[in-house]
Design a binder for this molecule. Structure first.
Ligand code: HEM
Length: 480
């Protein structure tokens, strides 16, 4: 053996001895020597887990990138304790389906901590998203019937067209100017659209009556959203205990939004069309208070998700002028419109993480997952994986055009189930048809009226939902 080889061999041997020593002594503390039947996990410290790694990676605003990187390091399923909570992250569509198949009759999902604390402290009873067990099942069954099995938008084409035309009129003032998009306008649009969808065509007769409340509610919902993000930095209980300004503002805005939402809903109930969703809901065998709770939370829950997705649609259309032009040639091209919406939701899923806690122990991907562990489905990672979507970071709406010769059924998609922005299973999004109707109409109207150019590039930061890191700026010109 040459001297150099001898040294190399000796070094290898010493290194192996050190590793064996570390495994046997530190392993228990920092999880190097993990159990083979548990998902792989990164090294972490007791109590705080890998919290410092997340902070070093930029904090909660970059959680999607942090988890994406972990998936690349450790695979499509891994376990990580960020802070005191152990969670198993999953980005494989087959494993995601397994999780949904095990969710049981009363699926349990993750609720934002500040909201849960607010509800507890102030005895606030909330809508579907916050319900559990039999109460949830009863209300979900009723809402499934009128919001998913039948079309809540049917017969409301004129009302919806009117609301979108008003939005377009507002944007006319920006023609030939470069401007910063203010997300407030999308909140106002979404709330008006959902209020009209729920109360029916009589909305038009009473529009003026609602306008002020909608305007104010849009501001409160937006402010709640901003404060919820501020509260992400500390445990909500600590913020409440210290009575921090962010917690006080959050409480004020939530109270104001719930009070105003209640007033608005009661007026909607009085003035609604007899064939509307709301009239049907009032005829169900549930107390009036529950109707109010459910409707207020539909308005609150639907606004952040839909407004922010519309924001991304405007941004991506502005970056993809050829897509706009193609659609402008034929705005009846329904598959292209659908493709634009689906592609936006693939790249910017409003629910970047969807979580379930199972009531029994389970085997997921060959690994043992104890009951009550948070199973977190990483929509951002699965939606941007090139195994499922060729050129995954490209905005390519035509990839969603149907092609029966392809195994996935789509032109540029290898596995469509890797992007399920509305979730799956019994607790999937109840507002899907309403939000799709709005986003579809938004795409058509905006392209019919304007030629948009995004003048700045931006990226995602996570503030409960993905939002632009820097303001979206658009240059609008009139489309001839
Ligand atoms: C772009 C728009 C939207 C997206 C991407 C979206 C996404 C989702 C997802 C992924 C879930 C499932 C959460 C889970 O499984 O834990 C969900 C649930 C829910 N969504 Fe949406 N949503 C959108 C719009 C809306 C709208 C417009 C409304 C109301 C009008 C709404 C109301 C709800 C409610 C109440 C739930 C809870 C359902 C339950 O617990 O049974 N969403 N949404």
């Amino acid at each position: 053996m040459a001297p150099l080889e001898k040294i190399f061999f000796a070094l290898q041997w010493i290194l192996r001895m050190i590793l064996t020593f570390l495994k046997s002594t530190l392993g228990k503390l920092i999880d190097i020597d993990r159990r083979t039947d548990e998902p792989p996990s990164p090294m972490g410290l007791p109590v705080v887990g890998t919290l410092f790694s997340l902070i070093a990676a930029g904090g909660g605003e970059y959680l999607h990138l942090y988890i994406d990187k972990r998936h690349k390091q450790l695979g499509k399923i891994f376990k990580e304790a960020i802070g005191p909570v152990d969670a198993v992250f999953v980005s494989d569509p087959k494993l995601i389906k397994t999780i949904y198949s095990l969710e049981g009759k009363h699926p349990k999902h993750f609720l934002p901590e500040p909201w849960v604390l607010y509800n507890e402290k102030y005895g606030s009873k909330r809508g579907l998203y916050f319900m559990d067990d039999e109460e949830w099942r009863l209300h979900r069954r009723i809402l499934n019937e009128s919001l998913l099995r039948s079309d809540p938008n049917a017969g409301l084409e004129d009302v919806h067209d009117h609301i979108l035309s008003k939005f377009i009129n507002d944007w006319q003032k920006h023609i030939n100017n470069e401007f910063t998009v203010d997300e407030h306008c999308f909140y106002k649009l979404s709330i008006s659209f959902f209020v009209a969808s729920m109360m029916g065509s009589t909305y038009l007769d009473h529009e003026k009556l609602f306008q002020e409340d909608i305007e104010e509610l849009a501001s409160f919902i937006h402010l709640i959203f901003v404060e919820s993000c501020n509260l992400q930095l500390l445990p909500a209980k600590l913020s409440a205990f210290l009575n921090l300004p962010a917690w006080r503002r959050f409480v004020d805005y939530v109270k104001s939004a719930l009070d105003l939402g209640k007033v608005l809903t009661e007026t909607m109930m009085e003035k609604c069309d007899e064939n509307s969703f709301l009239a049907k809901l009032m005829n169900e065998d549930i107390p009036k208070d529950n109707v109010v709770r459910v409707v207020v939370d539909l308005i609150l829950g639907g606004s952040d998700t839909t407004s922010n997705t519309i924001h991304w649609i405007a941004y991506e259309l502005g970056r993809n002028v050829e897509v706009q032009n193609k659609l402008a040639e034929n705005t009846k091209n329904a598959s292209l419109v659908r493709g634009i919406v689906r592609e936006t939701l693939r790249l910017y899923p409003a629910a970047i993480f969807i979580a379930r806690s199972l009531s029994d122990d389970a085997i997921i991907g060959g690994y043992r997952v104890p009951a009550k562990t948070w199973l977190v489905m990483s929509s951002y990672t699965s939606g941007r994986n090139q195994e499922y979507f060729p050129n995954p970071d490209e905005f390519w709406p035509e990839r969603w055009l149907k092609d029966e010769t392809k195994p996935s059924g789509y032109t540029g998609v290898l596995d469509a189930s890797a992007s399920t922005p509305y979730g799956m299973g019994l607790r999937s999004c109840i507002g899907r048809r309403m939000s799709e109707a709005l986003m579809t109409l938004f795409v058509k109207k905006i392209v019919t009226n304007f030629h948009l150019v995004s003048t700045c590039e931006t990226d995602i930061i996570l503030r409960l939902v993905p939002v632009p890191k820097t303001p979206v700026r658009l240059l609008l010109t009139e489309r001839k």
